[in-house]
Ligand binder design. Structure first.
Ligand code: FAD
Length: 470
């Protein structure tokens, strides 16, 4: 049997990015996925459909807020069928486009499920149930992740949703409980709440968005107070039971007090697990850790030397851009380059309203690791641009090494934070210091100036905020 030079299992943002670069670098690539076209969770059931719906939510809430500027719209009429088909169209344009690009690059695309038979053979199960074995020189595992399910909360009911079914927006329920205060639950909760659902969020931990700094989360929390019915923290969901009129939910708070409430729908969004089972890894030397992530080194190589792993299946953070960059690094290593995946900053964005974004070192992390830092904050209330947008509820901050004055981290909350954070990533990767940011001319009037003014705050010289250096 001919050996394929590079086989990639899974065509999400990790797998297709790896495949495309590997092909550009001259490798013969075979890409395998269960879907007709590349895209993975991100394009079919994740990043893209959720952001399409969040855009709808943004249009609705901005049109409501326009009354503050003297423009009043009547209540919007929601055509769910049209909204769904618009979202699906976005997905199909992108995925079929990736299919085209894959063809242009002469990548062999196989639709099917792959399983390792040994360290250099895969069995492909096709849709018609036929199987084909293929041998390979190198393989990249890019099989992604799936939503976590807890047996005690698993009931067979169309009223209980996961992120995939929630994205279908079958209806606008009167009430919804979102279990889990992570970014996926909050983003989808935002969509439903803006469409008119009374959304309650229940989170087991003391706060929502574990990992993000408290001052950034506080700004979001203030706004979601009016958007969501309530946000319950330190609250565990004990059980779900279907009744005629909804799902009966039993909560337990941190004092072991139990309460009961009925919801039309429940969205379970309590995290994701790597897809490392049922891959036949036991037939190879690939090892997984206690959480199910495939163990890799800084070249994305597993404990089986010709097999690599990237993306969600290879560890946190489970984000599309991290998957793509790992994919590109693995492709370079396989093509013989001396490459490694060693980023200084992987940005995280929560696409709520306001958005929260951060990269590099956070204040929480600095505290935990006892790293000495200076924090320079610029509140958006002092930004001309944020006033013109009617959105002064933002904050930009820089985490700076007090000795070298290097930028170690950046955090932003406010509309468009997700786009602004890229400057922080570049600053950290380039080893920029506060002076570099202060002296870089940022266009006026833009929200990007809040980054420059944060650097000015560090020196006690902010133009729009009087805060002398102590
Ligand atoms: P995936 O995208 O999961 O792709 C894996 C592919 O492998 C799938 O197509 C799967 O069918 C295929 N596969 C699995 N097993 C096999 C097999 N045995 N044989 C063949 N094929 C197989 N991330 C962001 O960065 N930004 C966001 O805004 C964002 N929003 C999200 C919103 C939601 C609702 C969800 C659920 C996720 C979101 N994510 C977001 C996370 C993002 O989707 C993932 O981090 C990303 O898709 C991981 O890419 P991947 O290539 O590792 O795997």
């Amino acid at each position: 049997m001919d050996k394929k030079q590079l086989v990639i299992i899974g065509a999400g943002p990790g797998g297709y990015a790896a495949a495309f670069l590997a092909s550009d670098l001259g490798l013969k690539v075979t890409l395998i996925d269960n879907e007709k076209y590349p895209g993975g969770v991100c394009l079919y059931r994740g990043c893209i459909p959720s952001k399409a719906l969040l855009h709808v939510a943004k249009v609705i809430s901005e049109s409501e807020e326009a009354k503050n500027f003297g423009v009043e719209f009547s209540k919007p009429k929601i055509d769910l069928k049209k909204m769904r088909s618009w979202k699906d169209e976005v997905v199909s344009k992108l995925t079929s486009g990736l299919g085209q690009i894959s063809k242009f690059r002469k990548i062999e695309y196989i639709k099917g499920g792959a399983k390792f038979i040994n360290s250099d053979t895969l069995e492909i199960l096709k849709d018609d149930k036929s199987t084909e074995n293929i041998n390979f020189e190198n393989a990249i595992i890019a099989t992604g992740s799936h939503p976590v399910r807890i047996p005690s909360l698993t009931i067979d009911s169309s009223r209980v949703l996961d992120s995939t079914s929630a994205l279908n927006i079958e209806d606008i329920p009167k009430s919804m409980l979102v279990i889990g205060g992570g970014y996926i639950g909050l983003e989808l909760g935002t969509v439903y709440a803006t469409l008119g659902t009374k959304v309650t969020v229940a989170e087991m931990l003391p706060g929502i968005l574990n990992g993000a700094d408290d001052d950034l989360v506080a700004v979001l929390q203030k706004r979601v107070k009016s958007l969501f019915e309530s946000v319950l923290v330190e609250t565990k969901v004990i059980s779900l039971e279907e009744s005629k009129s909804g799902i009966k939910v039993i909560f337990e708070d941190n004092k072991s007090q139990r309460t009961e409430k009925l919801f039309d729908k429940v969205l379970i969004s309590i995290g994701r697990k790597p897809n490392s089972k049922n891959l036949g890894l036991e037939n190879t030397k690939v090892e997984i850790d206690e959480k199910g992530f495939i163990k890799v080194d800084n070249q994305l190589r597993t404990t089986d030397k010709n097999i690599f792993a990237i993306g969600d299946v290879a560890g946190e953070p489970m984000l599309a851009h991290k998957a793509s960059h790992e994919g590109r690094a693995a492709a370079e290593v396989i093509a013989g380059h001396k490459s490694a995946f060693e980023p200084k900053a992987i940005p995280a964005v929560v696409f709520t309203d306001p958005e929260i974004a951060w990269c590099g070192l956070t204040e929480n992390e600095a505290k935990e690791k006892n790293i000495e830092i200076s924090v320079a904050k610029f509140p958006w209330a002092a930004s001309g641009r944020s006033l013109t947008l009617g959105r002064t509820d933002g904050l930009t901050k820089l985490i700076i090494d007090p000795k070298s004055e290097r930028i170690l981290g950046m955090g932003i909350v406010g509309p468009g934070a997700g786009d602004l954070i890229a400057e922080g990533v570049l600053a950290i990767e380039m080893g920029a210091n506060a002076t570099d940011i202060k002296l870089s001319i940022h266009p006026h009037p833009t929200l990007s100036e809040t980054i420059m003014e944060s650097a000015e705050v560090f020196f006690g010289q902010s133009t729009h905020m009087y805060k002398p250096k102590k």
